[in-house]
Write a protein that binds this ligand. Structure first.
Ligand code: NAD
Length: 295
């Protein structure tokens, strides 16, 4: 299949590489020249703008951009996708953005005859590289079925979540819980170690007891407990604290609009804001343990 791909960052570049590996022809665009060159060297074809990607000979176009403002710019801008794309092209936005913007852009695409899905992911950069991402997909179910084989080249769990925007709803709910649970894991690990427990023994008990969760088991925030976790390499790489702060902002904003209380989510947002304001926004989000300890 011929596929356009816009946004070749930490997630988008490995996702586009997996499409190439699966035998698709990929047209790419990004603002950063070095990443375009890297994709080109791997067999992708460069395009000069989002509109040029959209008007290339493609069947599907995928975007993986930082935030809502970039998604609006790339789809709705003067040199953007909707101004140039043919009606046969299926549009998929995999960026994490607010459900309202996802619904607005999908409605504008539908108004001009284009099918569109919101398909945010979880699984991080490791999942993007390994092609094991989870996709949470909102939009028409028949369109979802058409997109499935392509999404399977980049992910392992591809879940249909309902109408337009529902992929983003699933994503913000999951990430709000992840932010909350990471802070809980950090507090519990720090409490136990401060009171004299060995961190590995404590984590082992939690992970076979009722406190167990992904943040304690796979991604423990205490250094040295999980060798592959960012905590064991100075919180470098992984999922940046500023991205978690962004997702918590999306969750609390969506909750405000829906008049639904998210007390723990709002507290988590403020704690990540504190962490970011201390200059730690680029560290992995598990580094939040630094708020409680000198680790
Ligand atoms: P990133 O900042 O590494 O990459 C974004 C890319 O978009 C950059 O290469 C940037 O140059 C490009 N870009 C920005 N504006 C553009 C424009 N107008 N036209 C073309 N390209 C443009 O971000 P990322 O880590 O790849 O994340 C992308 C999305 O995926 C975000 O919404 C993020 O929340 C979400 N996400 C990230 C992770 C993760 O672990 N990094 C995990 C799950 C979801």
């Amino acid at each position: 299949m011929n596929i356009g791909f816009i946004g070749l960052g930490n997630m988008g570049a490995p996702m586009a590489l997996n499409l190439l590996k699966a035998g698709h022809h990929v047209y790419v665009y990004d603002l950063v020249e070095s990443t375009v060159q890297m994709l080109e060297a791997s067999g992708a074809v460069r395009a000069a703008s989002p509109a040029k990607v959209a008007s290339a000979d493609i069947d599907m176009l995928i975007t993986m951009l930082p935030a809502s403002v970039h998604v609006k710019q790339v789809y709705l801008g003067d040199d953007g996708v909707l101004a140039a794309v043919g009606k046969q092209v299926l549009l998929i936005d995999s960026s994490t953005i607010d459900p309202q913007t996802a619904r607005e852009v999908a409605a504008q695409a539908a108004a001009q005859g284009n099918d569109m899905l919101d398909a945010p992911v979880s699984g991080g950069t490791g999942g993007a590289q390994a092609g094991t991402l989870t996709f949470m997909v909102g939009g028409d179910e028949a369109v979802f079925e058409r997109a499935l084989p392509v999404l399977q080249a980049m992910g392992k769990n591809i879940v249909y979540c309902g109408g337009a925007g529902n992929g983003q709803v699933a994503k913000v709910a999951n990430n709000m819980l992840l932010g909350i649970s990471m802070i809980g894991a950090a507090e519990a690990m720090n409490l136990g170690v401060s009171l004299g427990m060995d961190p590995k023994v404590l984590a082992g008990i939690i992970n076979t007891s009722s406190g167990r969760c992904w943040s304690t088991e796979v991604y423990n925030p205490y250094p040295g407990v999980v060798e592959t976790a960012p905590a064991s390499r100075g919180y470098a790489g992984g999922f940046g604290a500023d991205l978690m702060l962004k997702d918590l902002g999306l969750a609390t904003e969506a909750a405000r609009a829906a008049k639904v209380p998210v007390v723990m989510g709002a507290a988590a947002q403020q704690l990540y804001q504190t962490f970011s304001s201390q200059g730690h926004g680029k560290l992995d989000f598990s580094g939040i343990i630094k708020l409680f300890s000198d680790k």
